[in-house]
Design a protein around this ligand. Structure first.
Ligand SMILES: [Fe+2]
Length: 190
């Protein structure tokens, strides 16, 4: 499992209280345990989560391992995309955002729109598609964009467990606070 790039005890200001971060990170620990248990007697035990989720994609008999490996990857990635207090985009990253998504406020509004449009549990992503263009996409449940041939550079968890208790279901407030916790240096280096 990838180590968190910040202490678990401090939460991720302004989006996750220490309690909320502990709770959510515990879920990742459970996904890791479940993935290892399910992979234990398969040929994929030596692979990382990305390798496992790709190897099991579309294989009905390994659906449980696929789902668990995908949620492991999604959550590890999600936690890596953030940093307490956030990290503002560099000049280069700001130019990249302008080129592909207009200004920062438009970009955020599009992320909120996609988040609001997701009626059940799922994820909103910024991905590079196969044509090396960038787009915002949503995936239901634990679907990982890697299985769709898309390369995520930013990911937002929109399962109810991520925001319902702390934000009393106010998805837009959650997305706005998450936006202020993004580590844009991590995104730039993807
Ligand atoms: Fe989650």
């Amino acid at each position: 499992m990838k180590p968190l790039p910040y202490p678990l005890s401090g939460g991720i200001s302004p989006v996750f209280s220490p309690f909320q971060l502990h709770m959510h990170h515990n879920m990742l620990n459970e996904y890791v345990k479940k993935t290892n248990k399910l992979a234990n007697e398969t040929e994929w035990i030596t692979l990382d989560a990305a390798g496992m989720l790709l190897a099991t994609s579309g294989k009905a008999e390994h659906a449980a391992l696929h789902a668990s490996a995908a949620e492991t990857w999604n959550h590890e990635f999600f936690f890596q995309c953030m940093k307490p207090g956030g990290q503002p985009p560099s000049e280069e990253m700001t130019e990249f955002i302008k080129l592909h998504f207009g200004n920062m406020e438009d970009f955020l509004e599009r992320m909120i729109y996609n988040a609001q449009a997701l009626f059940s549990n799922g994820w909103v992503w910024v991905v590079a598609n196969s044509k090396t263009a960038y787009e915002i996409v949503s995936t239901p449940d634990g679907t990982c964009p890697l299985t769709l041939g898309l390369y995520p550079i930013l990911g937002l968890d929109l399962w109810e467990h991520a925001y319902f208790a702390q934000y009393n279901g106010r998805k837009q407030d959650y997305v706005r606070d998450w936006w202020n916790a993004i580590d844009w240096d991590f995104v730039e280096n993807r």
